[in-house]
Write a protein of this length. Structure first.
Length: 202
């Protein structure tokens, strides 16, 4: 058909009644064939496997059956709930053969729909273990900007970036916080300033 993406969701539903996905020799034949199809038709194949409640902390294999499902993939993403945040879900990369690991992300599910949050400080172990993540960098950035807004209506951007660096907050995370708080930047002479006068307290 010329399709460029094939999604099997969940992969368990497409295996047939005679195949045991927990047996490496059986799953390997199927994953090898999928790999050949992807290469032949230049089509990305996404396998979605639902997690189970098995014990252990090996994010790679929980709920996916045979290790071959994990081994054949070039990239593996873990999606799960964030402890203490009933509406938030985390996306954590646990395998990447093509490039450096991506930064963990988060999104919100509400009655009104889907909301992308962006960068989120959380690990696969925290997602799998139901452990509340350490203080989130995005929330730290927003808190810092709110505190600045209590005493200043406009601050030079370079000064804000220096403050964020001292707190180990990345520029990307700081920009996300700026966007969420509705902060605008303006240029005065050769310098940029962030207007904080409209930032509301938490």
């Amino acid at each position: 058909t010329g399709a460029r993406v094939l999604i099997l969701d969940p992969i368990q539903a497409y295996l047939g009644g005679t195949m045991d996905m927990n047996r490496a020799n059986e799953s390997r034949n199927m994953t090898k064939r999928l790999s050949l199809l992807a290469e032949k038709y230049k089509c990305a194949i996404l396998l979605i496997g639902h997690m189970n409640k098995a014990g252990g902390n090996k994010a790679a294999y929980r709920g996916m059956g045979s290790i071959d499902f994990f081994a054949v993939a070039r990239s593996v993403l873990l999606v799960g709930r964030i402890e203490g945040e009933p509406d938030l879900r985390a996306v954590v990369q646990i395998k990447n053969n093509l490039a450096a690991f991506g930064h963990s992300k988060a999104f919100r599910l509400t009655e009104t729909g889907f909301e992308w949050i962006g960068d989120y400080e959380i690990t696969a172990d925290e997602v799998l273990g139901g452990i509340a993540p350490k203080a989130n960098k995005l929330e730290q950035a927003k808190k810092m900007l709110r505190e600045l807004a209590e005493t200043s209506t406009s601050v030079q951007s370079s000064e804000i970036f220096d403050m964020a660096e001292d707190l180990n907050i990345s520029k990307r995370t700081l920009e996300n916080a700026k966007k969420e708080l509705g902060i605008k930047a303006r240029r005065i002479g050769n310098s940029w300033y962030w207007d904080l006068d409209k930032v509301k307290p938490e």
